[in-house]
Design a protein around this ligand. Sequence first.
Ligand code: PMP
Length: 352
Amino acid sequence: MSKFFSSKYTSLEAYTPGEQPRDQQYVKLNTNESPYPPSPAVVRAAEAEAKRLQLYSDPESTELTRVVAEYLGVEPENVLMTNGSDEILNFAFMAWGDSDHPFIFPDITYGFYPVFAEVNHVPYREVPLQADFSIRAKDFCGVSGNVVLANPNAPTGTLLSVAEIEEIVKSNPEHVVVIDEAYIDFGGESCIPLIKKYDNLLVTQTFSKSRSLAGGRLGFGVGAASLIQDLNTLKYSTNPYNVNRMTAACGVAAIRDNVYYQTNAAAIQACRAYTALALRQRGFTVTESMANFLFIRAPKCSGEALYRGLKERGVLIRHWQKARIRDWCRVTIGTKEQMDVFLAAVDEMMKE
Ligand code: PMP
């Protein structure tokens, strides 16, 4: 840290992204990327747009916003496109959090939420998940603060129903409820239709997972026009050209190529069931995940030992030191071939 770093950030603990190794070819099951490349039409769109990179991007992402809104059955005024969904989540903390309006989220959830709170000096409260890592909707009803919930939750994969989400939104009319649907396309039901009924609901989604665009950085939020206006004020106060030309073109092409991405999401769900069964047969505990990953506990070794043992065998998964989940690891669902390599490495470890 330099002597110039503002004292308002000296205790900030930055978010630690999953490893992106360059030293070795791993079977990479640690950051919930898609194992499938973008569709050929998306690659063509990026190539074509590359020729126009001397020009700034459209600050309103007009075409992309229109295509996404039409796909979701909402109006363009209900949608804001961002640089990954991390950007819109940060805007949400900036826009609606202050000392009178803390954020409330589960103790086990996306590790960026406490960082967004800290960096924006927003107080927050963590609500413990149930013993089986499920979220009890009533714990988030009538709370005096904004709520942010990943649905499905990460890294646990558990899903709340739209009815449960509605209960939470309805019971907190004086605060905003942010539902982070980064993993909704792997079998969950989106609560986006509720935005027509409630002016305090923001739903965020991403192109990083089911749409194979993690490296393009594209996410969005959907909510009442008044909420989108708040977020737009922050976008125009930080980075008006937040979605670059190539990514915006890729986003339009990806929505138009929906069947390709739905087919991939279905394959990932089938592979998730296959991997969960194989792990349970080996004595692992596996939560009921509706995302493109499994949250698993090995029968005989610690989470860290599993992570390290698999890394030595060329398979990367994710492990956290956080006390409550120290025995657990998160494994992204890849192709069946990748999961067979993972399972073979698990078998080899278990023989030792
Ligand atoms: N929400 C959750 C729950 C996530 O796991 C992630 C991915 N790390 C994100 C949001 C952000 O993803 P992106 O910025 O790539 O859209």
